[in-house]
Design a protein around this ligand. Structure first.
Ligand SMILES: [Zn+2]
Ligand SMILES: [Zn+2]
Length: 242
């Protein structure tokens, strides 16, 4: 943690005691999670395909628009509670814990110097009005803090086009979902660049792929995805839906 953020955390702790984002227990001002919850996290390690990001590679059958994807834990137990806490606005420590891991991963894999800009999977305007908050962007901002790479959460928007679609076929639904993500910023920000796209969970990879498509249509050369948790395909959890 940079010294300025340590001071911020220390001062905040005086007025608002620091809590574990997973179990709500009091923790030290410089801690991001309690030891018990940390122990409960199930890490994926290197057991995933670096291209599609899945435990069981889907590269052969799915045409993905992103170039690389990495995650850290399985979406279960403390990992699941932490992601839910992040979605509900009080889990920033959880996002920072994995942002530190993401910064390390990027460094170890020689990617830190290659990434030009960090962005996140957007939420709809309606959701933003309801919560005032995009949890994926909190994760993106934390990665920016720990890497120094510029962050911009306004490159993409998500429209409400995916709603009310029970009467559509699976193919029509897919096409509609793809159109829900649009690039709305200055294309110079991504043209010929490598973008790090952040989200909380990787399920089928379709949301990330739609966002990557929009970024590439705007001129991005490479899109690397970075999520905190993974829901193995086949065991898809409904609450993990974006
Ligand atoms: Zn805890
Ligand atoms: Zn793969």
């Amino acid at each position: 943690m940079k010294w300025i953020y340590k001071v911020e955390a220390f001062l905040l702790d005086i007025f608002f005691p620091n809590k574990c984002p997973v179990c709500d227990k009091d923790i030290g001002y410089d801690e991001l999670m309690c030891k018990e919850c940390e122990k409960e996290l199930e890490f994926i390690g290197d057991n995933f395909c670096p291209r599609c990001g899945q435990i069981k590679c889907i590269c052969e059958r799915e045409k993905l628009n992103y170039d690389r994807c990495f995650s850290f834990i399985f979406y279960k137990d403390a990992g699941k509670s932490g992601v839910i806490a992040l979605k509900e606005r009080h889990g920033t420590g959880f996002a920072e814990y994995f942002a530190i891991k993401a910064a390390e991963y990027l460094k170890e894999n020689g990617l830190s110097d290659k990434i030009d800009i960090i962005t996140s999977v957007p939420v709809t305007k309606r959701k933003m009005r309801e919560t005032g908050y995009n949890h994926a962007h909190i994760y993106a901002k934390m990665i920016h803090r720990h890497t120094g790479i510029p962050v911009n959460g306004k490159l993409l928007i998500k429209t409400d086009k995916t709603l009310v679609q029970h009467d559509l076929s699976a193919e029509e639904r897919k096409q509609r979902a793809a159109k829900a993500f649009r690039f709305i910023c200055d294309e110079n920000l991504v043209r010929g660049k490598t973008v790090l796209l952040c989200d909380d969970i990787l399920t089928t990879g379709s949301t990330l792929s739609y966002c990557a498509k929009a970024l590439k249509q705007a001129g991005a050369q490479n899109v690397i995805c970075c999520t905190i948790a993974i829901t193995p395909l086949g065991g898809k959890d409904k609450s993990a839906d974006v």
